[in-house]
Design a protein around this ligand. Structure first.
Ligand SMILES: Cc1cc2nc3c(=O)[nH]c(=O)nc-3n(C[C@H](O)[C@H](O)[C@H](O)COP(=O)(O)OP(=O)(O)OC[C@H]3O[C@@H](n4cnc5c(N)ncnc54)[C@H](O)[C@@H]3O)c2cc1C
Length: 343
């Protein structure tokens, strides 16, 4: 196999994108350090839907757990009106999504964290990049916890509020509230819920996904949302929004929500950095560069896809610069194509 044009790399941020990037680079034979600012390496809560492309990416990362196979949406998705009328089963444009999977974020994060450690990535928690300086051959990094080091490539996968973006791009745009909110909660699986179901109701779209024999996850997208919601208001406001769906199963869902449901609301922020996504040998990945609205329900999938493609380009390139150019060329369109599915 051709040797990749780099010996070592630093990844900043151990979310879905950062872990996937670290695994991919390490499997290429690159020595990878991964710094994560959270000393507890705690994943976000709530459900995450992984599309077919990301499932393929996970297989490329060597992750194909039996648990993952078990939760695939093999039974398809029902699309219903707010009053419950069946509009379509596996409607056109969603057919590929029946190969997706919904899982709880901590479970997905655990799969990736185990694969990261198994790949030999050097993980440092509670650490970040304090400053960086680069020349044509590499990046000098000062860390918050130790002295510095030099890398052939630095990948900033530190989320929508990326510090790496600020360090490497002068005057980079700041994320801004998008006007959309995503509500989510866990609840006992209604006995009648045979398959994932979506109810469409104007500026609201409710999805209920079975995630286990006895558990389901609710995702409610709200357009024209007012902004962040105080924690004490989440449950009553969520019930209020669900009341706008006359469908009987939604009434039952609203009645099943209580203090154990872990109901939460995220006011979504948007950031889109124009091309290129690299500045010299610093590359941004995941939400740091294309988070998250417009494609709010696919950001995790896109971040993992970024990783696989980056590794492919590095494997075949004669220089880091050439790989980053090719990566940009191939990744720009998939990440900016208009959304055609309702997730
Ligand atoms: C409510 C909601 C539901 C969603 N549902 C889906 C879905 O169903 N499917 C899907 O594909 N996507 C979904 N998304 C989008 C998806 O969650 C994100 O796109 C994805 O998690 C982005 O991953 P990331 O690794 O790029 O960034 P993040 O998940 O934000 O991870 C960044 C990591 O970097 C760390 N970090 C931050 N700053 C620093 C620093 N300075 N130095 C070092 N480390 C740092 C953070 O602690 C974190 O671990 C959803 C988003 C929301 C808000």
């Amino acid at each position: 196999m051709k040797r990749p044009p780099l010996a070592n790399a630093l990844v900043a941020g151990a979310g879905l994108s950062g872990m996937a990037t670290a695994i991919c680079l390490s499997r290429l034979g690159v020595r990878v350090d991964l710094v994560e600012i959270d000393p507890g390496w705690r994943p976000a809560t709530g459900p995450v839907r992984i599309d077919a492309a990301a499932l393929q990416a996970m297989e490329a990362l060597g992750i194909d757990g039996a648990g993952l196979a078990a939760i695939r949406e093999a039974d398809g998705i029902d699309l219903r009106s707010a009053s419950g009328a069946l509009l379509a089963h596996d409607p056109a444009g969603m057919a590929r999504d029946t190969r997706g999977a919904l899982m709880l974020r901590p479970a997905l994060a655990r799969l990736l964290a185990d694969a990261t450690l198994a790949a030999g990535v050097e993980v440092r928690l509670g650490a970040t990049v304090r400053s960086l300086r680069q020349d044509a051959d590499g990046v000098e990094v000062e860390f918050s916890d130790t002295h510095g080091a030099r890398y052939d490539l630095l990948v900033g996968a530190d989320g929508v509020h990326s510090r790496l973006r600020e360090l490497a791009w002068r005057g980079a745009p700041q994320p801004a509230f998008s006007g959309q909110a995503l509500w989510h909660a866990r609840l006992p699986r209604p006995p009648a819920l045979a398959r994932a179901t979506i109810w469409q109701g104007g500026d609201l779209e409710l999805a209920l996904h079975p995630v286990a024999a006895d558990e389901a996850c609710l995702l409610l997208r709200q357009d024209g949302a007012p902004g962040p919601v105080p924690a004490a208001q989440v449950l009553p406001m969520l019930r209020g929004l669900l009341a706008r769906f006359p469908a009987a199963p939604v009434r039952a869902i609203a009645a099943a929500l209580d203090g154990r449901s872990q109901a939460a609301c995220r006011a979504l922020e948007r950031i889109e950095l124009g091309a290129p996504w690299h500045s010299g040998r610093v590359l941004l990945a995941g939400d740091a560069v294309h988070g998250t609205v417009g494609r709010y329900g696919v950001g995790g999938s896109r971040g993992m896809g970024d990783a696989v493609l980056l590794a492919r380009e590095l494997a075949g390139a004669s220089s880091v610069a050439q790989a980053l150019e090719r990566f940009q060329h191939r990744r720009w369109n998939p990440c900016n194509a208009p959304r055609s599915d309702p997730y």
